[in-house]
Design a protein around this ligand. Structure first.
Ligand SMILES: Cc1cc2nc3c(=O)[nH]c(=O)nc-3n(C[C@H](O)[C@H](O)[C@H](O)COP(=O)(O)OP(=O)(O)OC[C@H]3O[C@@H](n4cnc5c(N)ncnc54)[C@H](O)[C@@H]3O)c2cc1C
Length: 314
């Protein structure tokens, strides 16, 4: 079996519990009152794990501008968490983007995830706005001119689908870092060997900032396969086999998802990774469980009361 075809190898079960892992969590801004409540429950549960930061996405083409802002500011005002606001270049002038950034700075937000963004719905390919920032590297430089933000950027272990080549994509990552970003969060991936090869290539290119793997616990396999196709992430065949036959069985899918993501994270840890970023999709339970396995737990005084499984009597 080739390395590429092999499932990720977890740490031996007897390995000591990690004590040096830092995590961060990504949320999306809620659309309705009900979604707001469930996001907030999720934020509060994950806050007990004392993440390095939590980030809030920016809808395609700036479509969630106000909601992202409101969510980030609420986190800033009502929790002890460090919120990071995603910000994109798509369909906005430099003045528009600068104004959003200035509002963030005034509201005490110091961390931005700076992105180019995907084309707005209906557009077949990305075209820079004539008066806007063309690429994320330009945005990073623009943000640094406004204030001394802490800036994270995106990285692609399997290369961004529009990049001319893997080398050009790595050069682009270097430009973003040279412009002032201090870390990169990766697109989700499932094959840990691909992440390790990317990390090696980045190191050889002189990139020495943290490359934080983006972890997506998969509960809806078909949806993730479609999404992965769009963003250039590969889905290994062995993974499809694990979810095969579970389309109508959400509960078993969740158990498989947790097991898979735990294996992935433990294999990354064994390979030296100490920071993990979780795409939570505004649900706490899987990320919380994986963090537990990684040794990331609430301080004893903040730990929740034990949860009893409904009707199990356990
Ligand atoms: C961690 C993470 C969070 C994300 N959050 C959001 C979000 O909140 N909202 C959202 O809309 N999207 C989000 N995305 C998706 C992201 O916007 C897309 O992947 C987008 O297509 C590229 O964004 P980027 O910042 O990587 O772009 P860039 O770094 O600008 O690169 C985009 C492409 O252009 C190429 N390129 C760069 N500069 C040049 C140049 N000068 N000439 C020619 N080609 C060039 C690059 O190689 C790459 O192929 C996120 C992605 C990640 C990994």
């Amino acid at each position: 079996m080739s390395a590429a075809a092999r499932p990720p190898m977890p740490l031996a079960v007897t390995a000591p519990l990690p004590a040096d892992v830092r995590v961060s969590f990504e949320f999306f801004p809620p659309k309705t009152e009900q979604m707001e409540q469930s996001l907030w429950a999720c934020v509060q549960r994950l806050a007990t794990l004392q993440p390095a930061f939590v980030s809030v996405t920016y809808g395609a083409g700036g479509s969630t501008r106000e909601r992202t802002h409101a969510t980030v500011v609420r986190i800033r005002e009502e929790t002890a968490l460090e919120p990071a606001a995603h910000l994109t270049c798509v369909a906005a002038t430099r003045d528009d983007v600068d104004e959003v950034a200035r509002h963030y700075w005034q509201a005490g937000i110091r961390h931005i995830v700076a992105l180019r963004g995907d084309p707005p719905e209906g557009a077949s390919r990305y075209l820079p706005h004539p008066g806007g920032y063309a690429y994320a590297a330009d945005l990073v430089a623009g943000l640094k001119r406004i204030a001394d933000f802490r800036i994270s950027v995106a990285a692609y272990p399997e290369t961004h689908p529009e990049a001319m080549s893997a080398r050009a994509d790595l050069d682009n990552l270097k430009r973003k870092l040279d412009a002032g970003a201090s870390q990169a969060i990766t697109q989700f991936f499932f094959d840990v060997e691909r992440f390790f090869r990317f990390r090696d290539r980045a190191a050889a290119a002189g990139i020495d900032v943290p490359l934080v793997p983006g972890i997506l616990p998969v509960t809806n396999f078909n949806q993730v396969r479609r999404f992965a196709g769009l963003c250039g992430a590969s889905v290994p065949r062995w993974m499809g086999e694990l979810f095969d036959g579970l389309d109508g069985d959400a509960e078993t899918r969740r158990l498989v998802a947790a097991s898979l993501a735990c294996d992935q994270c433990r294999a990354l840890y064994a390979g030296g990774v100490r920071q993990f970023h979780f795409y939570t999709l505004n649900r706490a339970d899987l990320a919380y469980a994986i963090c537990h396995v990684l040794g990331v737990r609430p301080p004893r005084s903040a730990a929740a009361e034990p949860v009893q499984a409904a009707g199990s009597g356990v």
